[in-house]
Design a protein. Structure first.
Length: 272
């Protein structure tokens, strides 16, 4: 049993917490706060046997993770969140980290194979995935934008243009533009999305095309494709009323790019 004011030293607990991605120092500070209750920085430094700056940096990390809260009084006091909340937050972060690793697997494999002298695969390994819900699409699409090296092509509905700005796609588009990545959008224009169109025009080119169905298409570097069927055209960023097919395949992406380029040649330039 841990008594108040003592430093926890349960190696088994520490080992389990490492599986959630915590460092030894983060574990030590969290368990110390959990066992002793609210403490000031100087107290934490003394009881943990660490320099103040080490403890301060670790506290900043734990606060960002949601595992520790700062009570704003003089001096600032720190308190650990409940174990139930902490484990829930850690599990969510671990799950998201695993999902990100899965998303990057095909791309990483391609890069590693290009470096390998004994490569046996001439082309990227095809990959297909069903993405349910808008939140997951936004996360994956942003990762693809950040991986882009040459070109990103989009076909968006008017409301998808608005949602894109709300979700921060203008920021990843700006990052792409700085890297020299070419970005193009095909969309229908409405009075509601003119401001968003002006924003996107700062980082790429937009052309007008009348859309007869609620479909969103994203093609990255002629290799990754997202095709979304939008049954919910609200501007909400979290909704299950949307299904996306993710395709990582050179042949299919090449065909989709040709279709995009054909539509692009027919579309009218937009000069907001």
């Amino acid at each position: 049993m841990i008594t108040r004011g003592t430093v926890p030293s349960y190696s088994e607990i520490e080992l389990l917490l490492k599986d959630y991605g915590l460092s030894e120092r983060q574990i030590k500070i969290y368990l110390l706060l959990l066992a002793t209750g609210p403490m000031k920085l100087s107290e934490l430094s003394y009881k943990a046997g660490l320099y103040r700056m080490q403890v301060y940096n670790t506290l900043k990390q734990l606060i960002q993770m949601g595992l520790v809260e700062a009570v704003l009084k003089r001096p600032i006091t720190y308190i650990a969140v409940s174990p139930k909340k902490a484990l829930s937050l850690l599990l969510e972060e671990t799950s998201e980290r695993l999902e990100r690793a899965k998303e990057r697997q095909a791309f990483l494999l391609e890069q590693l194979m290009s470096l390998s002298k004994v490569a046996t695969v001439a082309y990227p390994v095809p990959k297909f995935k069903i993405i349910q819900g808008r939140k997951q699409f936004i996360k994956m699409a942003k990762e693809s934008y950040r991986r882009a090296k040459y070109e990103v092509n989009n076909i968006n509905t008017p409301s998808a243009i608005i949602r894109g700005i709300m979700a921060g796609f203008d920021e990843v588009a700006e990052e792409c533009a700085k890297r020299g990545v070419k970005i193009r959008w095909l969309t229908d224009v409405s009075a509601q999305n003119l401001n968003e169109i002006k924003k996107y025009c700062e980082y790429g080119e937009i052309r007008f095309v009348p859309l007869e169905s609620s479909i969103r298409i994203l093609i990255v570097d002629g290799l990754e494709i997202y095709i979304s069927s939008l049954y919910d055209e609200s501007i909400a960023l979290k909704t299950e009323g949307e299904t996306t097919i993710y395709i990582y395949d050179l042949n299919i992406a090449s065909f989709m790019n040709k279709c995009f380029n054909y539509l692009w040649s027919l579309a009218k330039p937009i000069h907001p």
